[in-house]
Design a protein around this ligand. Structure first.
Ligand code: SAM
Length: 449
């Protein structure tokens, strides 16, 4: 529960943006195809910090539960809203989220949502909104039982995604779905070249920040509550970074050695780039990303920790005549663009944005990047393929397809702590491994290293 929602609701009045209406705007932007991150970045600058946190919390929460909330409200409306009034539909979702998933007192959730109709200039709908939310409050038990009879709705997933996850992980799917639905844990990566994890943990505890070690990732700490990064000792100079425990494994799975030449082909925002640089001294690392704005975040990340790499805006599937494409690398990391189905807890808007039809195109992009970079791997070199997907099409089947096209590639067996074997790779599962959902596979090019 966000601390924001434990505080009494304060009405901001007509001259300040109402955080609930800002959340309505964010939700409409996501429904129109924007990412929630982009929508949050465009919130009105006049929004006070506390209201900004509330608007963000409501936006994340409604995205996390969208399909289920929408189905519940659908049971209570005689007919759906016309397109021009879909802001009222979004307002109802924000109200329903507060009623069912927050500690906002129900009377406050009701009154502020009803008041929101006037904020939208649609006071005529106040009775309707009041009636729907009061019924939801009164009949929540029977209404949720009806909606939850459909397991996809129970986990607020589109049907195709629910079925894909269930079929991919029949034994674990219940835990995985619950893990995806949970609020994300804030995980830290300690730079073990500078400080021991247990020593850093003690520093956190002394500062009143509750945390524990991750059961199987040696550099990872899990915080009991999210905190502002400024409160983390040593954050400013890179002693510690915010990074999911599952994402912290790239350097060890790459088996990095000092001084190696490394290509980090899909690098932004640079979480793994920094981990590689901090793990092995004197790497000659080239970090690519196709998106120049995102690549700037890699530069910021490295600058914080005083690390250096060559940064290039480039399409990894087209080495062409670029300098980076003429070199041979000892290690290549392909942290590929993917469905992001393993990180739904951190990016709940993906539930609304991802379509089943995206998968084939993503798998093609991944294959194109792998095929283009394979010739750049030096003999004896290792390529690590990573996704934050739970789906075999982007993971085990992608590696199978690659090995059929490149019989000279050898798949290396990776450790399964955390994770379980998945074809030629290892799958980390949310709700099982205390990580986001990740897939890793390592490919070796024959020859002397
Ligand atoms: C999963 S993210 C990488 C996360 C990053 N490795 C980290 O740990 O912070 C995938 C990245 O691939 C980039 N990307 C997508 N297609 C690409 C391409 N053809 N060439 C290079 N980068 C690409 C995206 O812009 C995105 O930043």
């Amino acid at each position: 529960m966000s601390p924001t929602l434990l505080m009494p609701i304060r009405f901001t009045g007509p001259h300040l943006p109402d955080p609930r209406l800002v959340a309505v705007g964010n939700l409409l932007a996501v429904l129109d195809g924007s990412s929630l991150d982009d929508a949050l970045a465009k919130m009105p600058p006049s929004l006070a910090e506390r209201d900004r946190a509330l608007a963000a919390e409501l936006s994340y929460g409604v995205c996390r539960w969208h399909a289920r909330l929408d189905a519940l409200i659908g049971l209570l409306l005689r007919k759906p809203f016309k397109r021009k009034d879909r802001d009222l539909g979004a307002l109802l979702l924000v109200g329903a989220y507060q009623l069912l998933h927050s500690r906002v007192p129900p009377h406050a959730a009701l009154s502020t949502t009803v008041e929101g109709t006037r904020g939208l200039g649609k006071g005529w709908a106040s009775q309707l909104v009041n009636g729907v939310l009061r019924r939801l409050q009164r009949e929540s038990g029977s209404l949720t039982a009806r909606v939850d009879a459909d397991p996809a709705l129970r986990f607020a997933l589109p049907n195709w995604l629910y079925r894909s996850i269930r079929d991919a992980w029949p034994a674990q799917h219940q835990s995985v779905l619950e893990g995806l639905q949970a609020r994300p844990v804030m995980a830290l990566r300690v730079d073990l070249s500078r400080v021991e994890r247990d020593v850093y943990l003690q520093r956190l505890l002394v500062d009143g920040i509750a945390a524990r070690v991750h059961p199987s990732v040696p550099s990872a700490l899990l915080l009991s509550e999210p905190v502002a990064v400024e409160r983390l000792p040593g954050f400013g100079d890179g002693e510690v970074s915010v990074q999911d425990a599952g994402a912290q494994l790239a350097g060890s799975l790459l088996d990095l050695r000092p001084g190696q030449r490394v290509l980090d082909a899909c690098a932004a925002p640079g979480g793994k780039t920094l981990e590689l640089l901090q793990r092995a001294p004197d790497l000659r690392l080239t970090a690519l990303d196709i998106d120049s704005d995102r690549l700037r975040r890699v530069a910021d990340n490295l600058a914080r920790a005083g690390c250096r790499a060559e940064l290039q805006v480039a399409d990894a599937s087209d080495p062409g005549g670029a300098d980076w494409g003429k070199r041979r690398y000892d290690r290549i990391l392909v942290d590929a663009p993917c469905s992001a189905t393993g990180v739904l807890r951190r990016h709940p808007d993906i539930r609304l944005l991802r379509r089943a039809s995206d998968l084939a195109a993503l798998a093609c992009r991944q294959a194109a990047i792998l095929d283009a970079l394979w010739p750049l791997l030096a003999p004896g070199g290792r390529l690590l393929y990573a996704t934050c997907s739970l789906l075999a099409q982007e993971n085990a089947r992608q590696i199978d397809g690659f090995c059929e096209r490149h019989p000279e590639a050898r798949v290396l067996e990776l450790p399964t702590k955390p994770g379980i074997r998945a074809g030629g790779g290892v799958q980390l599962l949310p709700g099982v491994d205390e990580t986001d959902g990740f897939f890793y596979a390592a490919l070796l090019r024959a020859g002397a290293s």
